[in-house]
Design a protein around this ligand. Structure first.
Ligand code: ZN
Ligand code: ZN
Ligand code: ZN
Length: 205
């Protein structure tokens, strides 16, 4: 029995030819332009922009073997909103198709097809790979703060992320409580180490 291909493995992309030009990408719901890099789902044959497929990590069709697990839940929610066919992008505000999981203008990704406000979009917690990436960066900043001679650097990074709200692609408002706590610990530990170091220097002479 054939084992279904893992959803993360991308089918080969090709420039859109006559057969596909004008068809809608099932992720951003925008027509594929002739020559644009695109691909089709190996399981359901729906067309996608190569870029949209990569960002979605697979097909957007509900129940398709090529779909990543996160889209399956998003797809089950019926799309109904006061905006009809279109909805405002929560990131750039431009009008995009109601079904879109990704904004064609600014590239923002949403994990739901529902209309979300800009505030909700910016404060939604990290999930999946986004969460992993954010967690790695936060843990890194914490470790720097706790590493003797690098403490000043870690301290600066932690406080920049806390007080400037974003750093290195991580948004403070989107971090879950645990990671926020890790950052504050980094701030604390880093400050302590820097303080002790200054104390040491002061009493050394
Ligand atoms: Zn697309
Ligand atoms: Zn598919
Ligand atoms: Zn946008």
């Amino acid at each position: 029995m054939a084992i279904p291909a893992p959803p993360t493995k991308s089918p080969p992309a090709f420039p859109a030819n006559e057969q596909y030009a004008g068809q809608s990408c099932s992720i951003c719901q925008t027509a594929v332009i002739a020559g644009e890099q695109m691909l089709t789902c190996p399981h359901c044959a729906l067309p996608f922009h190569a870029e949209c497929w990569a960002e979605n990590r697979g097909c957007s069709a509900y129940g398709c073997k090529g779909a990543p697990p996160t889209v399956k839940s998003a797809e089950t929610q019926p799309v109904s909103n006061a905006w009809g066919e279109e909805k405002p992008c929560p990131s750039c505000g431009k009008s995009i198709k109601a079904e879109a999981l990704k904004c064609r203008f600014c590239g923002a990704n949403f994990d739901t097809r529902d209309v979300i406000t800009r505030k909700d979009y910016e404060s939604r917690e990290y999930e999946g790979t986004e969460y992993n990436a954010a967690r790695n960066k936060v843990v890194m900043m914490f470790l720097l703060s706790a590493a003797a001679c690098l403490a000043p650097l870690g301290l600066i990074l932690c406080s920049m992320l806390i007080f400037n709200k974003s750093l290195a692609g991580v948004q403070y408002s989107r971090l879950p409580m645990t990671l926020k706590a890790v950052l504050w610990c980094g701030l604390g530990v880093g400050s302590l180490l820097v303080f002790l170091f200054l104390l040491l220097v002061a009493f050394d002479r």
